[in-house]
Design a protein around this ligand. Structure first.
Ligand SMILES: [Zn+2]
Length: 85
């Protein structure tokens, strides 16, 4: 993996198995910059992406339900003659 600051090679200083991924501490061989990475399998990344998509979808559905309630309230007021549209 390339250094985020200078683009040179990095080396792994430490690898730790954490549940379903590997956590790696890396260090640039040129500038000494340090950063961390997590290594997931492609299947695990797909599961995470699907879960996040489902969560965003539920938020969007809740927003649509709220807008429909707002629209119904506005129409109800308009039909009652208390609001001129
Ligand atoms: Zn560097």
């Amino acid at each position: 993996m390339k250094c985020k600051k200078c683009g040179e090679k990095t080396r792994t200083k430490e690898t730790t198995d954490v549940q379903s991924y590997k956590y790696r501490r890396r260090e640039c061989v040129s500038c000494g910059s340090r950063f961390s990475t997590r290594e997931y399998s492609v299947e695990e990344i797909r599961q995470i992406e699907t879960q996040r998509y489902d969560e965003r979808l539920e938020v969007a559905k809740a927003e649509i339900r709220e807008l429909r309630r707002f629209q119904e309230a506005i129409e109800s007021i308009a039909l009652g003659g208390r609001l001129q549209l």
